[in-house]
Design a protein around this ligand. Structure first.
Ligand SMILES: Cc1cc2nc3c(=O)[nH]c(=O)nc-3n(C[C@H](O)[C@H](O)[C@H](O)COP(=O)(O)OP(=O)(O)OC[C@H]3O[C@@H](n4cnc5c(N)ncnc54)[C@H](O)[C@@H]3O)c2cc1C
Ligand code: SF4
Ligand code: SF4
Length: 410
């Protein structure tokens, strides 16, 4: 009698946490289905310019993971896919249409003829891209995507330009069901919306940007080719203010600390100084949180001239002259209110778990802030569980995969 194949582990979300959980389980001999709602995997880390602790490009770490995935036939990666339903141990997966299929060689001929433009989601809407495009230079699979809603009626220019027969404008959504042995949920986070912080100029003043936008501005594949400049006029900012805990540790917004925003701003202050050693940087903070090996970044920053760390909360950012910005803040150590000026303000907005809104997969429970709670149906990993840096998410995901397999019904 042949042995039944063990049921797979289902991992929902293919950011660094989900990819790690999938690879670890597969390398331990378990079949895995890895679900990602976007067209390519990697999650938010691929939007960063450099990442701590080593301050290297995120593509380095991600390439190691995609190589491990490529040589492991046990992992089946389903992109453009989400859970539609879960009942009695069976899950239904919905996969969005594959307008561009695996015959795509990423030659780019379709993009050249595409007349429709969309706001590029990878650059957080700070640039435009053709409706058919490579999502970003580190896309895996390395294949074009097509935003069908942006296409004008009757247009088939990309189909005619593609010599590989890789585009099907009539492609349909598909569904499949699965009975996983266990589930790891690693659906990650999104940034707290800037427009909820109007008192700090968020969503109203063009030269007030978020920390995630700063990562894209500094990146070579970003909207400015890697030059940090003011959105209003393209000028290089001479005075940059970082506002820590913008909407974090505040019961009107996010009551918790997002754990990495202090380090994120220290790192971004170094981006500014690398591009313009004469630039003046002020970081307004409540507490300086730099944990473990990351203390080195704070030490490097302290050696830079023209960098001020000021303990105090910024209460207001208003428009000044010529695109400039006026800040009102509390200087806690001097015990007084101060006014300051900047050319560019970066709000260190926090991380909101994607589990916060909507129906929770598999009837998971969440805490008051929207972070997932482990239960017998699924394990939660990465920022879906709590705000954390990449190294912590990787450790967390390895543990979640092991616990999921140990508690699985296979
Ligand atoms: C400004 C800033 C700078 C940072 N810099 C650093 C740094 O330098 N170093 C560092 O270590 N950390 C840094 N971080 C933190 C880092 O971004 C996180 O640790 C990391 O993104 C967590 O990975 P994750 O896999 O948990 O989540 P994510 O990266 O969010 O990945 C989650 C994945 O799940 C997918 N998904 C979501 N919902 C669903 C669904 N319903 N179905 C299927 N798929 C879904 C998403 O599309 C995504 O691909 C920074 C954070 C910020 C805000
Ligand atoms: S869809 Fe066709 S034309 Fe477009 S990049 Fe892929 S192979 Fe080239
Ligand atoms: S069909 Fe859509 S994606 Fe293709 S060329 Fe026309 S607008 Fe662009």
């Amino acid at each position: 009698m042949s042995e039944a194949t063990p049921r797979p582990l289902l991992v929902v979300g293919a950011g660094i946490a989900g990819i790690t959980a999938a690879i670890e389980a597969a390398e331990a001999g378990r079949d895995v289905v890895l679900l990602e709602r976007e067209a390519s995997i990697g999650g938010r880390v691929l939007q960063l310019h450099h990442y701590f602790p080593k301050l290297c490009p995120p593509s380095c770490g991600m390439e190691i993971n995609t190589r491990r995935l490529e040589r492991n036939p046990r992992v089946r990666v389903l992109t453009r896919s989400e859970l539609k339903a879960a009942q009695n141990g069976t899950v239904t997966i919905r996969q969005a249409p594959a307008y561009v299929n695996d015959r795509c060689t990423a030659c780019g001929k379709c993009s050249e003829v595409c007349p429709a433009k969309v706001k590029d989601p990878h650059n957080l809407g700070m640039s435009e891209a053709p409706a058919i495009r490579l999502p970003h230079p580190n896309a895996w699979p390395y294949r074009y995507v097509l935003d069908r809603e942006a296409c004008p009626d009757g247009c088939r220019a990309c189909v005619d330009a593609c010599t590989y027969d890789a585009i099907d404008l009539e492609a349909k959504e598909r569904e499949e069901t699965l009975e996983p042995a266990a589930v790891v949920v690693a659906t990650g986070w999104h940034a707290y919306p800037l427009d909820r912080l109007p008192e700090l100029g968020g969503g109203t003043l063009p030269n007030v940007i978020s920390n995630v936008q700063m990562e894209r501005l500094a990146s070579k594949s970003g909207p400015t080719g890697g030059t940090i400049q003011r959105p209003s006029d393209g000028e290089a900012p001479k005075r940059v203010a970082f506002v820590q805990c913008a909407g974090s540790r505040d019961h009107n917004h996010l009551p918790y600390c997002s754990a990495v925003c202090c380090l994120g701003s220290f790192k971004q202050a170094l981006y500014v100084k690398e591009q313009d050693p004469e630039a003046e940087v002020t970081i307004y903070y409540i507490d300086r949180r730099a944990f473990g090996r990351n203390e080195d970044i704070l030490a490097r920053l302290s050696e830079e001239k023209g960098v001020r760390l000021l303990k105090g909360k910024v209460g207001q950012v208003k428009a000044g002259d010529g695109g400039g910005l006026k800040l009102k803040a509390e200087d806690v150590e001097a015990g007084r209110l101060i006014e300051d000026q900047a050319d560019l303000v970066v709000l260190a907005t926090g991380m909101v778990p994607n589990l916060k809104d909507g129906v929770l997969p598999l009837g998971l429970e969440r805490d008051d802030d929207g972070f997932g709670l482990d239960d017998t149906r699924a394990r939660v990993a990465g920022v879906a569980r709590r705000p954390a840096d990449v190294a912590t998410c990787v450790r967390d995901a390895t543990g979640a995969a092991a616990r999921a397999l140990a508690s699985g019904r296979a």
